[in-house]
Design a protein around this ligand. Structure first.
Ligand code: ZN
Length: 152
C-alpha cells in the first residue's frame, strides 16, 4: 500500500523494508510485521489504524494515500530529512556502490556518451544507476513535492 513512499524513502537513503516482500494472505502478517519492527528496531509505517495502535510507539499511522503528504508527515515528525541521496537501490533496498567499468559496459541501457555521469551498481539486482535524466526527473518531482516543508 505504501509502494511509492517505500521508493522515496530508499531514494533518500533510508533502510526501508516493504511488507509486500512477505507472502500475501498470511493470517499472522500483522504480528510478523510488529515482530520485525521490534527486533530490527524499525519504525512500522502503515495505513492500518488498528495495526498502528498495536505497534504503539514503534508505529506511525499514515492517514493519507498521497505519498507527498506521507513524506511531509514523516518529516514533520522529525523522522526523516527529505533530501534525495540516490545511494540505495529503490527496488531492493541494497546500498549502491560505484559501478565498475565492465558493469557499465555490460549494461545495454547505459548512455552511450558517459561523459559527466556518475555510475552506481546494485549488487543484488545487478542493475546500473546513474545520475542522468531519470534522477533529474525524480529530483524535480520530489523537489516540487517537498519544497513546502524545506523552509530553512
Ligand atoms: Zn537492487
Amino acid at each position: 500500500m505504501l509502494g511509492t513512499l517505500t521508493r522515496y524513502l530508499r531514494l533518500m537513503g533510508y533502510d526501508t523494508l516493504s511488507a509486500n516482500a512477505l507472502s500475501p494472505g498470511n493470517p499472522r502478517e500483522d504480528t510478523v510485521l510488529l515482530s520485525i519492527a521490534a527486533s530490527d528496531e524499525r519504525i512500522l509505517l502503515t495505513r492500518d489504524a488498528e495495526l498502528a495502535r498495536r505497534g504503539g510507539e514503534r508505529a506511525v499511522y499514515l492517514a493519507t494515500e498521497d505519498p507527498t503528504e506521507q513524506v511531509r508527515r514523516l518529516a514533520g515528525m522529525g523522522l526523516i530529512v527529505p533530501s534525495l541521496r540516490f545511494d540505495r537501490c529503490s527496488l531492493c533496498n541494497t546500498p549502491l556502490r560505484p559501478a565498475k567499468k565492465r558493469e557499465i559496459e555490460g549494461a545495454a541501457y547505459a548512455p552511450e556518451d558517459r561523459q559527466g555521469f556518475s555510475f552506481y551498481w546494485c549488487p543484488l539486482c545487478r542493475r546500473l544507476y546513474w545520475d542522468g535524466s531519470h534522477t533529474r526527473r525524480i529530483r524535480r518531482q520530489f523537489g516540487d513535492a517537498v519544497s513546502e516543508i524545506r523552509t530553512d
